[in-house]
Write a protein that binds this ligand. Structure first.
Ligand SMILES: [Zn+2]
Length: 702
């Protein structure tokens, strides 16, 4: 930790001379027109030393615009207040997507250091806007008069959302309460930060150190190698070290024959934050729950779950519970079956013991080999990265008539990035798509979709979106093309789904364009994953790169079946965590609440079996204490039910590429996010509320 701080100081010092020497404002591309193709960011001339002055100027301009709105001598109107506020901040809108996009896809110590300067600056800037009394006073005046303004539906939505954003941020409270609210929020972020830092420390605190080679029995060579490397990193040559990090822990639990060591690894992981040491999270977690409760009550809600769900598709905590319980029963039943199947293996092998929680991965792996074996190397030659990209383009063409043309003349930030122009069904320009497929040292892990410019009106003119998909797929090697595993193929379609949502989003205003609830946002992405594995689409793209043969049906069947593997466990541990999250955020918590007793009672109530713990236990549930998913961990499964049901509509129609359904999906789900929201949008597309069956069948729970 100490070393790291030194490192930061060092970076900070070297950065300053760069900023001072390299800067001539009139050459900063952020202050000039971009005459690039499609007006895309001129990555070839943007330099690191342009960001900070651009941000400073962007904040200054935005604040001037805000002050002009707030201090306007004219009485507040929808145009001079609400629309003006929505349009303000054009320069920041130019800089932020470029800077944050590169901070994820192609970062370096200088960008990281700039982020450490701009993050507090921007936080302070947006706080100052939210707490600007004159501004909110004018917004409130317009809002209170909304019924007399003759607004159309989208204008009304803009007004309501703008007012709501301020209100949920405490702006509507009386002055003395506002001060209290501010203190509460500040304390909340401190506590939340401390909880996350403790968790990070706990992740690193546990290490399973192996000195006797026989204790490695069962581990494949590459897993042993990770143990060797970790030991070397710690200066423990000749030993093997395994940690709680996923790539170390999970293979260890899957393969280590030594049951006692599996037990140690298991508890090292599940007890993070619950070790009664300096990183213990129990007391802090209770404080956080009480702060959230207070804050929610100040804003007029009974509890934090009500506050969170009020602006979600689910609308209220009861709907979330009803939903979770409906999936819970079949998931638990399935997990019990899996438990029995694994116990049978233990018995057959002559093991004289009952399956325990730390045995699950080990016997699940044996079960996988017996029943669900799928060799990635057998699948990959059908899914070269070019094939998969083509498959996603073909799908968008069959559903919505989109076409794609390479545009190598568009400037990029790295030579591996490919650029396509996207055309709508009538041949008109729709969007620009960047695809950045391979890992690099400056790229964060995982896969995501973002924008370098979101679609929207600037000065009354439509500006099309520039969308980016960023992945970490293996690059080509020698004469072999880049080939994707089945998981990666699904991920590709997933991110492409987010991209399509960005292509189509069409709002009159910034705040109403592609602004969807958290429990809705994964529907457009997840739904496309369904097509990836359908024979009707596979035959167009899953073609062996050497033999030219279409993927055989038998392999497709095994692909499908492999997706059912261990689903009882996966769903049960997820749902248990989601229910635990809801319980915490709907219950009365006091200093006397015992974290572990609460957790136990919660799990007993739903009948969780001993062999499974919630995917995250309270003291290491980073999503809900640090990650913005408080009372919202349910959203992942919620969206899955929606996507399975939405895809079912296409299957039921007898046409996988039903154009009419696709048109409705575009209109209600993807494009007009302000006009049709949440369940209303869904029902307009589907004709009815989602049915859980399609999801249960797909997960093999029915
Ligand atoms: Zn996603």
């Amino acid at each position: 930790m100490k070393n790291q701080n030194h490192f930061l100081t060092f970076l900070f010092l070297v950065l300053i001379p760069v900023l001072v020497s390299g800067q001539q404002e009139n050459q900063n591309p952020f202050f000039e027109e971009w005459d690039t193709p499609f007006g895309s960011p001129p990555f070839d001339i943007i330099h690191e030393d342009h960001y900070l002055p651009a941000y400073q100027e962007g904040v200054r301009q935005h604040m001037d615009e805000i002050n002009a709105i707030a201090n306007n001598p004219e009485p507040p109107t929808f145009e001079n207040t609400i629309v003006a506020f929505d349009q303000a901040g054009a320069l920041l809108r130019r800089i932020s997507p470029v800077f944050s996009g590169l901070s994820s896809a192609e970062t370096n110590p200088v960008l990281q250091s700039i982020a450490r300067e701009t993050t507090p600056m921007l936080t302070a800037h947006y706080n100052a806007i939210r707490l600007n009394e004159e501004l909110f006073g004018r917004i409130r005046t317009v809002y209170d008069n909304r019924e007399n303004l003759d607004l159309d539906r989208e204008q009304m939505v803009l007004l309501e959302k703008t007012y709501q954003d301020f209100e949920r941020g405490g702006a509507a409270l009386p002055e003395d309460k506002r001060e209290e609210f501010k203190k509460l929020s500040e304390r909340m972020s401190m506590v939340s930060l401390q909880l996350s830092e403790n968790l990070l420390a706990e992740n690193n605190a546990f290490a399973l150190i192996i000195e006797d080679e026989t204790d490695l029995a069962g581990l494949p060579a590459n897993v042993v190698e990770t143990g060797v490397q970790e030991a070397r990193r710690r200066g423990m040559e000749g030993k093997w070290v395994f940690t709680t990090a996923f790539p170390s822990r999970v293979p260890f639990l899957q393969f280590a024959e030594n049951r006692e060591l599996r037990r140690q690894m298991y508890f090292g992981y599940v007890n993070r934050g619950d070790n009664d040491d300096e990183n213990d999270n129990k007391e802090l977690f209770i404080e956080l729950m009480m702060l959230r409760q207070q804050l929610s009550e100040m804003l007029g809600y009974n509890n934090y779950a009500e506050y969170f769900t009020a602006i979600q598709m689910a609308e209220n905590p009861q709907n979330v519970y009803d939903f979770l319980y409906r999936v819970w029963e079949p998931a638990l039943a399935r997990a019990q079956m899996e438990r029995a199947e694994m116990q049978a293996i233990i018995d057959r092998e002559g093991g004289d013991f009952k399956l325990e929680a730390w045995d699950w991965w080990y016997y699940a792996e044996k079960l996988r080999k017996e029943k669900y074996e799928l060799d990635d190397d057998e699948v990959k030659p059908y899914f070269t990265i070019d094939n998969v990209r083509q498959g996603s383009f073909t799908l968008a063409n069959k559903l919505w008539g989109l076409t794609f043309e390479p545009r190598p003349e568009v400037p990029v930030y790295h030579e591996e990035v490919e650029v396509y122009e996207v055309f709508d069904y009538d041949g008109s320009h729709l969007a620009v798509l960047f695809i950045d497929p391979h890992p690099r040292p400056g790229k964060r892990s995982g896969a995501w979709c973002g924008t370098y410019r979101s679609g929207g009106y600037e000065n009354g003119e439509w500006v099309s979106p520039i969308v980016t998909m960023v992945m970490n797929f293996t690059r080509p090697s020698g004469d072999k093309p880049a080939m994707l595993s089945w998981d990666e193929t699904s991920t590709y379609f997933h991110e492409f789904g987010h991209a399509v949502h960005n292509f189509f989003a069409k709002g009159q205003f910034r705040r109403t364009s592609r602004s969807v609830p958290r429990d809705f946002v994964e529907l457009p992405s997840q739904v496309l994953e369904n097509w990836a594995g359908e024979p009707g689409l596979l035959e167009t793209y899953a073609i062996h790169y050497q033999t030219g043969e279409i993927i055989p049906g038998e392999l497709v069947e095994r692909l499908e079946k492999s997706e059912h593997f261990n689903q009882g466990f996966v769903q049960t541990e997820y749902l248990a965590a989601a229910i635990l999250d809801m319980d915490w955020h709907t219950s009365d918590i006091s200093e006397d609440t015992d974290v572990n007793a609460f957790e136990r009672a919660s799990m007993e109530r739903i009948g969780l079996i001993d062999e499974i713990v919630p995917r995250y236990r309270t003291t290491n549930f980073g999503h809900i204490f640090g990650g913005g998913y408080a009372a919202g961990y349910y959203v992942y499964r919620w969206a899955e039910v929606l996507d399975a049901d939405a895809f079912q509509a296409f299957k039921d129609s007898g046409d996988l590429f039903n154009r009419e359904l696709a048109r409705d999906f575009r209109k209600y789900i993807l494009a007009n996010n302000a006009l049709y929201e949440g369940m209303d949008a869904y029902v307009r597309f589907r004709g009815q509320e989602p049915d859980i069956d399609a999801f249960l069948r797909r997960a093999g729970l029915k």
